[in-house]
Design a protein around this ligand. Structure first.
Ligand code: PGA
Length: 254
């Protein structure tokens, strides 16, 4: 199974804008049959319910962009994994680099969030990736190991099939700079190695590994297909249904 995940971030500012998006997205889906590709859209929390009502189908699943680790209580503005699940979301992103950068989120906090999400019955898209200066200092292997070990600490191998790892080099997210095919492939091999060291050679294969960072129809071949990734996490292009579905078609056809 391949995954195309759209992270709509803090966009779609009004109900009108959201309705326009639904219209464009539904038009793109007409006659579209994906054989081995799952499309997952992650809207801002205020739009979660209407995305479920308007786009959730056999072709499209809906996810949250983040969840908090407590179930309920005095945690102003947070969204719990159970809330997302009760609105019929099936996935949640956790540990996105923008959460880490702007909100001080650590892998230890992500660990609590992942555990809560799994407990609530959500699938998890756990984002990891090194910063530019970390790559320049050849620290990416250490960074990826720490993020995986801390983020997945105490999580049983029986859950691994419900956890997707998204490799997003921080320097490629929201920029126009992309890694080479080789760099993505090396990261995939490294992540797989860390997972098999943590969980054994059979269980370590259970998590899909995606690429994220400036994915577009014209680079998806180089960033996903050639390096053997199991799909992509898409930011900006997910706001343009035509481009987003084009990315899904390219991946599904390969
Ligand atoms: P981008 O974002 O595609 O706009 O670079 C990717 C992401 O944040 O997941």
């Amino acid at each position: 199974m391949k995954y195309i995940i759209g992270n709509l971030k803090m966009n779609l500012l009004s109900p009108a804008e959201r309705e326009r998006y639904f219209g464009l997205f539904k038009k793109e889906l007409i006659g579209e049959k994906f054989r081995g590709t799952k499309i997952i859209l992650c809207p801002p929390p205020v739009h979660l319910e209407s995305f479920v009502n308007n786009l959730k189908s056999r072709k499209v699943a809906i996810g949250a962009q983040d969840v908090f680790w407590e179930k309920s209580g005095s945690f102003t503005s947070e969204v719990s994994a159970w809330m997302a699940k009760n609105l019929k979301a099936e996935y949640t992103i956790i540990g996105h680099s923008e959460r880490r950068k702007y909100f001080g989120e650590t892998s230890a906090m992500d660990n609590l969030k992942i555990k809560a999400a799994l407990k609530a019955g959500l699938n998890v898209v756990y984002c990891i990736g090194e910063k530019r200066e970390e790559r320049d200092n050849e620290m990416e292997a250490d960074i990826l190991s720490i993020q995986l070990e801390e983020g997945l600490r105490g999580i049983n191998s029986s859950h691994l099939g419900k956890i997707i790892i998204a490799y997003e080099p921080v320097w490629a997210v929201g920029t126009d700079i992309i890694p080479t095919t080789n760099e993505v492939m090396e990261a995939r091999i490294l992540i797989r190695k860390i997972l098999t060291e943590m969980y054994g050679s059979k269980n370590g294969l259970k998590s899909a590994i995606l690429y994220g960072g400036d994915v577009k129809p014209d680079n998806v071949e180089k960033l996903c297909i050639e390096p053997g990734m199991d799909g992509v996490l898409v930011g900006r292009e997910s706001l343009i249904p035509h481009e987003f579905i084009k990315i899904a078609q390219i991946i599904d056809n390969n």
